[in-house]
Design a binder for this molecule. Structure first.
Ligand SMILES: C[S@@+](CC[C@H](N)C(=O)[O-])C[C@H]1O[C@@H](n2cnc3c(N)ncnc32)[C@H](O)[C@@H]1O
Length: 261
């Protein structure tokens, strides 16, 4: 029988914040791999096809903000973790058009229709507990974007056969559908382990064995994220991450939303 979530879903946000605070000092060295060329190209293209302010939601140590700052546009980099913001500030200290904001992505302290591009990358959306809360982040992004503005979101895909063995893929998905705890192959290593599942399919509590801490994570599908964006008034299009045999099955898809007039 699946083990139940160890705490109410609402408590996972604070728990995740604690995890992030603990991880921040070693985030760049251990977790935040350099951006791939594919990711850089999508970011720069999105930047060039929009105007005005850019917001990086859940900026972490500023991996994406650093690149976005080179576009020479006003940039808000935002996170709910003080430690993360502190590190992002160091990375962006030479950028005179960038401002740090400590805030929760579900309640952006930004006026309506004032932003050209919102990015929410590094699988930030998957750390936000409950589909309702994730939808709120997307709705908030839609509220602050001007008409025609763009939103970029990436996430882990539970339909991805990564590592690329279809037998393993079938077994992993069977585990998801049966809602059984299992080893979670976030990367092809054994650092992370899923210890609990539910309440929604794709919901996991993951143990970071190096840190000895557990945190919430939701593994989505392309369809789930595209539907969320459409429900918030976006036209959605998904790019594969350059790995995987199609975007539906991509390891880390990036979905682009254009706010409809
Ligand atoms: C997986 S990290 C990704 C960081 C960065 N985007 C990157 O790719 O390196 C997720 C980040 O989102 C932030 N975060 C998670 N939930 C948040 C929320 N509800 N509001 C604001 N920031 C949040 C965390 O503090 C963390 O820095």
């Amino acid at each position: 029988m699946p083990r139940q979530f160890p705490m109410p879903i609402s408590d996972h946000l604070e728990n995740y914040k604690r995890y992030v605070e603990a991880v921040a000092p070693e985030y760049d060295g251990k977790y935040g791999a350099p951006l791939s060329e594919h990711e850089k190209r999508i970011l720069v293209d999105a930047g060039r096809s929009t105007r005005g302010w850019i917001v990086d939601i859940g900026c972490g140590t500023g991996r994406h903000s650093r690149l976005l700052a080179t576009l020479d546009r006003p940039l808000i980099y935002m996170d709910f973790s003080r430690s993360m913001i502190k590190r992002a500030k160091q990375k962006l200290s030479d950028s005179h058009k960038s401002w740090p904001v400590l805030a929760d992505a579900r309640h952006l302290p930004i006026g309506p229709e004032s932003i050209g591009l919102v990015v929410c990358l590094g699988c930030t959306i998957g750390g936000i507990p409950s589909s309702e809360a994730r939808q709120k982040v997307v709705l908030e992004s839609g509220r602050v974007l001007s008409r025609g503005g763009l939103l970029l979101v990436d996430y882990r895909n539970r339909l991805s056969p990564d590592p690329p063995s279809s037998l393993k893929w079938l077994i992993l998905n069977l585990f998801y559908w049966l809602r059984m705890p299992k080893r979670l192959m976030i990367r092809d290593d054994s650092r992370y382990k899923a210890t609990h599942v539910g309440p929604e399919i794709g919901d996991l509590v993951v143990l970071d064995k190096d840190m000895g801490l557990e945190f919430y994570n939701h593994i989505s599908t392309v369809r789930e994220i595209e539907t969320m964006l459409r429900n918030a008034g976006f036209v959605a299009k998904t790019f594969s991450s350059g790995r995987g045999f199609s975007r539906r099955f991509a390891w880390k898809p990036i979905t682009l939303g254009r706010k409809t007039p």
